[in-house]
Design a protein around this ligand. Structure first.
Ligand code: SF4
Ligand code: MSK
Length: 665
C-alpha cells in the first residue's frame, strides 16, 4: 500500500495530487517505496559496508568498538574510497556510452550510411571541428564530419597514457589544463580510465585512499570528456538550442490526443519520434484522438527535446511514474539511465505501454522494440502506432490530468546565452556579462545540476536555494532534473525575475531579454539542458575565464546538486571540484565513515584544486555558504563584496545528530 504521508512528498502540486491518487488506489511509487525502506542501513549510508569480494560483506564499526578491518585487512578509508571511485566510474561509463552512441551516429552520417539523420548545425560543426584541430577550409561537410567523429572516437581508443583526451585538451582554459596535467589527472582514454578505476578498486589492489581519490578525479574528468563530446556532437546533429518557449508539468498531457512520453537520455530516438509524429496525425485522429499525437518529455530526454524544440516537459526523475496515473498516457518510450524499473508495474494498473528500446536496457514487463539508427524512422513509426492502437484501451472514467502547467522560456545553451548578450554588445557579447559581474549587478553564477532524491521533498531544495541566491543577485543556470524542478516551479519566466531576482540581477535580465526580443526579462533560472549538458556550464565558465585570463577557480562560480541521486551525479560533482569549482551536495555521499576521505574531498581538494565539496542538507544554509564562497572569489578578483557572517563549516548535516544517528542505526 502506498503511503504518501510518510514519504518526503513533493513541492510540485501535480505530483502531490497524483500521489494522493496513488495512495487511494494502492499503487506503489518511489515515494511510498522510500518510506518502506526506512530505516536505511547505517553502514551503507556511511560507506562502511564492503562487498567487493565473496568474503564479505564486511562491515567496519563506526565507533571503534567492533571490527576495524575487513577480512582482507582493508580499513575504513580504503573501503570508503573504493566505493566512491566505483560510483564515479559507473557514472562515467553511463555518460560516455551515451557519447559513444552519438559519435558513432555522426561517423555514419559522415559516411552517408544513415538516411534518417543529417547535420542540422553546420556552423557549430565548423566551430567545433576548428577547435578540435580538424581541417575545415574548402572541405566537404561529410569529410569534416568523418574526421571529427574519428578524432572523437580516438578518445575511446588512444593507448598513450600521457596523451590526454582530445576534447578536454581542446576545451579547458590553459591554466586549468596545466594544473590537471601536472597532477596526472587528465585521462588519456575514457574506456581505459573506467577500466583502470574498476581494476584498482578490485579486492587486493589500491589501498591508499589518497591515490584512490586521485584515480576518482581522473575518471571523473573522463566523464566530463564524455559529456562534452555527447553535447557538442548532439548539437551538430540536431541543432544548438536557442531560447524557445515551452511548458512544463502534467497539465501538458492532452485529454484528446494520443499522449506519448519519451524518458531517458539519448536524443537519437526521441528526435526521430518528434520528426515523424506529424506523419501519423491522421491515424491518431482516425483512432479517436482529434488532437493527434502529443509528445511530452520526462527526465533528460525531456530536457533535450524541450531545449531544442520547445517540446513540453511532463515531469522530472522522481515523479516519472506519475504521468501514468493520469490514465491518459498511451505509451512511455524509454532508452537509458534513470528509468525506474517499476514503470511496467505501475503501467499494469492502467492501459499505458512501457516500451524499452535499448538492447542493453530491458525491463521485465515492458514491450521491447529495439532501436536501430539504420531504421530509425521505421522504428519510430512502429512505436507510435503501438501508442495509437492503445488509445482505445483508455478507461475514460480514470482520466485525471491536473490542470497545472507552467510557461517556461528555455534553450539557454552557451551559444543561446551569448546570442542574447550579442544583442546588447554585438562586438563583444561576453563583455556585458563581465561588466555586470564586475559592478556587482551580478554577484556570481551558480550552476544547479543533478537529480531528485527520495530522501528529500521533491524539487524543494532547488526552489529554496535558487530563490535565496537570485534575491542576492546570483545568476542561476540549471541542467538535468534541476531544470525540470525549476521549469515546473515557475522559475523560468519573466514573472519569476520580477518576483525573485534582486534589483541588480533583475535589471540585467530585463535589459538583455528586451534587447534580444524575448518578450520581457530573461528568467532568473536559465535552462542549459540535460544532465549530460553540464558541459555547457563548463563552456560558459571557460569562455569567462579565457576572457579574463584567469583560471576557472578564480571565478565567482559555484555549483550545487542539492538533490543528488545518481552515480553520474557523483562523477559530475567530482569533475566540478577538479575544475576548481566549490560544489555543494544536498544529499550526503557515502563517505562519513572515513574522516580521511571526507578531508580529501573537502580540505585537501581545496588546497590542490581550488574546488571542493560542500555537504549541507539544509538548503537555506547551503545557499548562504555558496554566497559566501562567491564573495571570497570576488575578493580574490579585487571586486566589491557584501559583508557576511563568519565562515561556516564545509560538511554539515541538517540536524547535528543526523550523522551519528545514521551510523548508530
Ligand atoms: Fe571484505 Fe576485503 Fe572482500 Fe571487501 S574486499 S568484502 S573488505 S574481504
Ligand atoms: S535524469 S542523472 S536524475 S539529472 Fe539526467 Fe535527472 Fe539525475 Fe538522472
Amino acid at each position: 500500500m502506498a503511503c504518501a504521508t510518510c514519504s518526503n512528498g513533493s513541492a510540485d502540486a501535480c505530483a502531490t495530487h497524483m500521489l494522493d491518487v496513488a495512495e487511494a488506489d494502492h499503487i506503489e511509487t518511489a515515494f511510498s517505496r522510500y518510506a518502506k525502506q526506512q530505516p536505511q542501513c547505517g553502514f551503507g549510508t556511511a560507506g562502511l559496508c564492503c562487498r567487493i569480494c565473496l568474503q564479505g560483506p564486511c562491515r567496519i564499526d563506526p565507533f571503534g568498538n567492533g571490527p576495524q578491518y575487513g577480512v582482507c585487512g582493508a580499513d575504513r578509508d580504503t573501503i570508503v574510497a573504493r566505493h566512491l571511485v566505483r560510483m564515479m566510474a559507473a557514472g562515467t561509463a553511463a555518460h560516455s556510452e551515451h557519447g559513444r552512441h552519438i559519435a558513432l551516429a555522426l561517423l555514419h552520417v559522415g559516411d552517408h550510411k544513415l538516411v534518417d539523420y543529417d547535420v542540422h548545425d553546420d556552423e557549430k560543426l565548423h566551430v567545433v571541428a576548428t577547435r578540435m584541430g580538424v581541417e575545415t577550409e574548402g572541405r566537404e561537410q561529410s569529410a569534416i564530419v568523418h574526421d571529427l567523429a574519428e578524432l572523437t572516437l580516438d578518445d575511446y581508443q588512444n593507448q598513450d597514457y600521457d596523451k590526454p583526451c582530445h576534447w578536454l585538451s581542446a576545451s579547458l582554459p590553459p591554466p586549468r589544463l596545466k594544473k590537471l596535467n601536472d597532477l596526472g589527472l587528465l585521462p588519456h582514454n575514457i574506456d581505459a580510465t573506467i577500466s583502470q578505476s574498476m581494476s584498482r578498486t578490485h579486492m587486493g589492489c589500491d589501498a591508499d585512499p589518497g591515490n584512490l581519490i586521485l584515480g576518482g578525479l581522473r575518471v571523473a574528468l573522463a566523464d566530463l570528456n564524455g559529456e562534452m563530446l555527447a553535447t557538442e556532437l548532439s548539437d551538430v546533429l540536431f541543432g544548438t538550442p536557442m531560447p524557445v518557449a515551452s511548458t512544463a508539468n502534467l497539465g501538458v498531457l492532452k485529454r484528446n490526443a494520443v499522449n506519448v512520453a519519451v524518458n531517458g537520455h539519448n536524443p537519437l530516438l526521441s528526435e526521430i519520434i518528434c520528426n515523424v509524429a506529424a506523419d501519423l496525425h491522421d491515424e491518431a485522429v482516425a483512432a479517436g484522438a482529434p488532437d493527434g499525437i502529443n509528445i511530452v518529455g520526462v527526465c533528460c530526454t525531456g530536457n533535450e527535446l524541450m531545449m531544442r524544440h520547445g517540446v513540453p516537459l511532463a515531469t522530472n526523475y522522481l515523479s516519472q511514474e506519475l504521468p501514468i496515473l493520469t490514465g491518459a498516457l498511451e505509451a512511455m518510450v524509454v532508452d537509458v539511465q534513470c528509468v525506474m524499473p517499476s514503470l511496467p508495474r505501475v503501467a499494469a494498473c492502467f492501459h499505458t505501454k512501457i516500451i524499452t528500446t535499448d538492447k542493453q536496457n530491458k525491463i521485465t514487463g515492458a514491450t521491447h522494440i529495439e532501436f536501430d539508427e539504420y531504421r530509425a524512422s521505421e522504428i519510430a513509426h512502429e512505436i507510435l502506432r503501438v501508442a495509437i492502437s492503445n488509445f482505445k484501451r483508455r478507461d475514460q472514467k480514470r482520466i485525471d490530468i491536473p490542470n497545472i502547467k507552467q510557461e517556461a522560456l528555455v534553450g539557454f545553451s552557451t551559444e543561446g546565452i551569448i546570442s542574447a548578450l550579442a544583442k546588447v554588445n554585438p562586438q563583444d557579447p561576453l563583455q556585458a556579462l563581465v561588466d555586470n559581474i564586475a559592478n556587482g549587478n551580478i554577484q556570481g553564477i551558480v550552476l544547479f545540476a543533478g537529480c531528485n532524491n527520495a530522501k528529500i521533498k521533491q524539487d524543494e531544495n532547488y526552489l529554496v536555494m535558487a530563490k535565496s541566491l537570485a534575491k542576492r543577485n546570483v545568476l542561476v543556470i540549471a541542467t538535468g532534473c534541476a531544470s525540470g524542478a525549476f521549469a515546473k516551479g515557475g522559475m523560468m519566466t519573466s514573472a519569476a525575475t520580477a518576483q525573485y531576482a534582486g534589483e541588480g540581477l533583475a535589471g540585467v535580465l530585463t535589459a538583455i531579454g528586451e534587447a534580444a526580443g524575448l518578450g520581457g526579462a530573461l528568467p532568473p533560472v536559465l535552462h542549459m539542458g540535460a544532465c549530460v549538458d553540464n558541459s555547457r556550464g563548463v563552456a560558459l565558465a571557460t569562455a569567462l575565464a579565457n576572457k579574463l585570463k584567469v583560471d576557472i577557480s578564480d571565478l565567482p562560480l559555484v555549483a550545487s546538486a542539492p538533490e543528488a541521486m545518481s552515480e553520474k551525479a557523483m562523477a559530475i560533482g567530482t569533475w566540478s571540484v577538479a575544475l576548481g569549482i566549490p560544489t555543494h551536495l544536498g544529499t550526503v555521499p557515502p563517505v562519513v565513515g572515513s574522516d580521511t576521505v571526507t578531508d580529501l574531498i573537502t580540505n585537501a581538494a581545496k588546497a590542490q584544486l581550488g574546488g571542493y565539496f560542500i555537504v549541507d542538507t539544509d538548503p537555506k544554509r547551503a545557499a548562504d555558504k555558496l554566497f559566501a564562497v562567491i564573495q571570497e572569489r570576488r575578493a580574490g578578483l579585487g571586486l566589491s563584496t557584501v559583508a557576511l557572517a563568519p565562515k561556516p563549516a564545509t560538511f554539515q548535516l541538517a540536524q547535528p545528530r543526523t550523522a551519528s544517528a545514521l551510523l548508530a542505526s
